[in-house]
Design a protein around this ligand. Structure first.
Ligand code: FES
Length: 309
């Protein structure tokens, strides 16, 4: 990529951009290539809303010269190891006259149909909670399917009430597992809301176990993992059955933390959760979570019985 001197009078700059097989747009210093394409009816996908946080709006430079990348674009290009000819249309503004030809990359019929769905996704800082019933497979082997459904539904009412009370959103049920998102709306730190919900879940479990012991001579133990971080939320899935969910590394980490509770503690939280809550003197352990190259420090909050007095 050639580096050019900046134009002395950018107001006058306009670059004629040929979008291969799709048309021409005139690029100025005060609009981006993405803006101009959309204005011209060229359906450029822009999943992150022009924040240099995705690669859906990228184009390949086929001919001519474009101005150097700005800081945001450069950061993404380095992260994704892009060659100089791959550019983000949402960051491109004209700095000098001239003609270039580019090719859109994310552009087939299905990409166009998904334009609205992809563009509705938003980046949010949320707390993700995963919970799971220990030894549920062997429990299932000892009971009749209809009994299991009834017991699970009763369990989900208790756990769901705890989650809703902290304004959490149950994202999905995975067999006996629950994934919930906190911090999508309302006040309060998402990590604190998730933590309060987790403690309420463990407290309600004690009452639920009395019922389970009386009716089925059984007893549930559960594990809960919480992580706080950045995710992308939005409608994901086939357009006919898409559902709202969260995607991102923070979700994977929360799931791994829940798995790590086995044999350690009923509730484990990440450093970001502990810091947000301001927990002090909590025992911590360093664990290698599956799929993570570096070990993570996890914290064990005080037991529910001891703290609730
Ligand atoms: S729209 Fe996401 S980087 Fe351009």
């Amino acid at each position: 990529m050639h580096v050019h001197k900046r134009c002395r009078n950018p107001v006058m700059s306009a670059q004629n951009v040929h979008i291969e097989n799709e048309g021409f747009v005139s690029l100025r210093h005060d609009t981006t290539l993405l803006d101009e394409c959309l204005r011209a009816g060229i359906p450029m996908v822009h999943a992150c809303g022009a924040k240099a946080r995705c690669s859906t709006c990228r184009v390949v430079l086929l001919h001519g010269e474009l101005p150097p990348r700005n800081e945001l674009e450069q950061k993404l290009a380095e992260k994704l190891n892009w060659s100089d000819d791959i550019r983000l249309s949402c960051q491109l503004r004209a700095e000098h006259a001239g003609r270039v030809t580019v090719r859109r990359v994310v552009k087939d019929q299905l990409d166009r149909e998904l334009l609205h769905q992809s563009n509705s996704a938003r980046e949010r800082n949320v707390a993700i909670l995963f919970s799971d019933i220990r030894s549920f497979t062997s429990f299932s082997e000892r009971h009749l399917p209809h009994d299991i459904v009834h017991i699970l539904n009763r369990y989900f009412v208790e756990m769901g009430d705890a989650i809703h009370q902290s304004r959490g959103r149950i994202d999905k049920y995975m067999g006996d597992g629950i994934m919930a998102i906190f911090g999508l709306d309302g006040d309060g730190h998402p990590a604190k809301l998730a933590y309060d919900a987790a403690r309420d879940m463990l407290s309600r479990l004690q009452g639920f176990n009395k019922y389970l012991e009386a009716t089925y001579r059984e007893h549930f133990e559960i594990g809960i993992g919480i992580h706080y971080g950045s995710v992308v939320v939005g409608d994901i899935g086939h357009p006919k059955s898409a559902s709202f969910t969260a995607i991102g590394d923070a979700v994977n980490i929360a799931a791994r933390i829940e798995s790590a509770t086995k044999g350690v503690a009923p509730l484990l939280v990440s450093e970001s959760v502990r810091d947000a809550i301001g927990g002090t003197g909590w025992p911590s352990i360093e664990m290698h979570l599956k799929g993570k190259s570096k070990p993570m420090v996890l914290h064990i909050p005080p037991p529910v019985d001891a703290s609730s007095g």
